[in-house]
Design a protein around this ligand. Structure first.
Ligand code: HEM
Length: 96
């Protein structure tokens, strides 16, 4: 390939290609298990690009998503000590 030639990489086409992602419309987190990932070519999943110009936000984004999921969890559930938990009275007094 000559230098300067523009290349379009159809990432969405690859992400929805049943050859790589069977039943592409189905929510299936197992597609991203280490075993499933090892069975397909590394470059068929490119949401953040690849190589020296890869998105710098990709790691940050996982932290943001993780934090949002954790906040959602805290809003929906009440967290309490279990019966067997020994509570440090000094630390507890700090929050009173
Ligand atoms: C769902 C969220 C995001 C997606 C899907 C996404 C995707 C991408 C893609 C495909 C590229 C081009 C990579 C390439 O040229 O090969 C890119 C570049 C970039 N992204 Fe993101 N991104 C996301 C979020 C973010 C966030 C949160 C930040 C900042 C914290 C960010 C900062 C950047 C920067 C600075 C570049 C340019 C990197 C470079 O050209 O050297 N992105 N992103």
């Amino acid at each position: 390939m000559e230098k300067g030639i523009q290349v379009v990489i159809p990432t969405m086409g690859m992400h929805y290609d049943p050859q790589y992602f069977p039943e592409p419309e189905k929510f299936d987190p197992e597609r991203f298990s280490e075993e499933a990932k090892s069975k397909r070519h590394h470059y068929v999943y490119l949401p953040f690009g690849e190589g020296p110009r890869i998105c710098i936000g990709n790691k940050t984004l996982y932290i943001i998503i993780g934090t949002l999921l954790f906040i959602t969890f805290l809003c929906d559930y009440r967290i309490e000590y279990s019966v067997g938990t020994i509570v440090d009275s000094f630390r507890l007094s700090m929050y009173k």
